[in-house]
Design a protein around this ligand. Structure first.
Ligand code: G1P
Length: 290
């Protein structure tokens, strides 16, 4: 049985963030800020806007900051109230997620995306659900909502995909597919981080998935894959023998905030939404010269 509505989102955030050391010694990658908000906030906001009601963070024991960030902070709220900073107060209150709708699950050692997802089974129960990787920041359109729209029609697995340069395929899960309709692909094969010569296409998986509940069954059958980890790409491929798997070429722009260049581009793109900042920064970069 499928859901009437996708209501649960899983956020795997247990990674070590080695590409951002040393800052990630004390702050997890998902809590790094794009302007004044952590990456995780953008991901949660996307989920909320797409109708998600329950938020599950899979993290490690050291990384409990996300819980604080989305929980009520009475001291801060009464301070802002006293200082009559009403707009700020509203903004801060909007972040609060009710205790019953916010779950933290611990993944002791990073053993892959599929392992992180497997740990959510007893909370997700029988529902189909979505997975959002916060370091894939997608601006300009709500990718989760777009995938849910496809799920609502197909009642099957849907994955966000985008075209990448052929030389970069080894950083992604890559799909082999046939075009079904504009921007919708029927997936025949999926390979996690293939060598350039083995990649069946340049259509890459990004960190947005709508998964059927039986994915748990397939994760349990999945063997250790690329990087010595349990890969969700492999589990979804296994499931494709039974369920259709759809790729959706989403319409927003994706920033790979797991690497420094992507992260910096996301900062600039976000800052440029403010006319004044845009003008100032453009002038600043021009004067930096080269
Ligand atoms: C994960 C997935 C990969 C996907 C990528 C998108 O890899 O395993 O299939 O293409 O996210 O960001 P990671 O970058 O976490 O190694």
């Amino acid at each position: 049985m499928h859901n009437k509505k996708i209501k649960i989102a899983v956020f795997p955030i247990a990674g070590m963030g080695t590409r951002f050391l040393p800052i990630t010694k004390t702050i997890s990658k998902e809590m790094l800020n794009i302007l004044d908000r952590p990456l995780l906030d953008y991901a949660v906001e996307e989920a909320k806007a797409a109708g998600i009601e329950t938020f599950i963070f899979v993290t490690n024991k050291e990384n409990t900051k996300p819980l604080d960030y989305f929980s009520k902070n009475t001291k801060l709220e009464s301070f802002l109230k006293k200082k009559k900073k009403i707009d700020l107060l509203k903004q801060i209150k909007k972040l609060n997620i009710k205790k019953k709708n916010l779950k933290i699950i611990f993944q002791d050692k990073p053993s892959g995306l599929a392992d992180a997802i497997l740990r959510t089974e007893k909370y997700v129960k029988k529902e189909d659900f979505c997975v959002i990787l916060p370091d894939d920041l997608i601006l300009g359109a709500n990718c989760t909502q777009e995938l849910i729209n496809v799920y609502n029609k197909k009642k099957s697995t849907v994955i966000g995909v985008m075209e990448v340069d052929k030389k970069d395929v080894s950083s992604y899960g890559i799909i082999e597919s046939s075009v079904f309709k504009k921007n919708i692909y029927k997936i025949k094969n999926m390979i996690e981080k293939p060598k350039v010569k083995d990649a069946p296409s340049n259509l890459a998986i990004v960190g947005r998935y709508i998964l059927l509940n039986d994915i748990y069954k397939f994760i349990k059958k999945t063997k250790i894959g690329s990087g010595g980890e349990l890969q969700i790409t492999d589990a979804i491929f296994l499931s494709s023998k039974l369920n259709e798997v759809w790729g959706y070429k989403f319409s927003g722009k994706r920033y790979d905030c797991g690497n420094k260049i992507g992260f910096l581009k996301a900062q600039i793109a976000t800052a440029f939404k403010d006319k004044e900042i845009k003008k100032e920064i453009k002038k600043f970069i021009k004067n930096l010269g080269g």
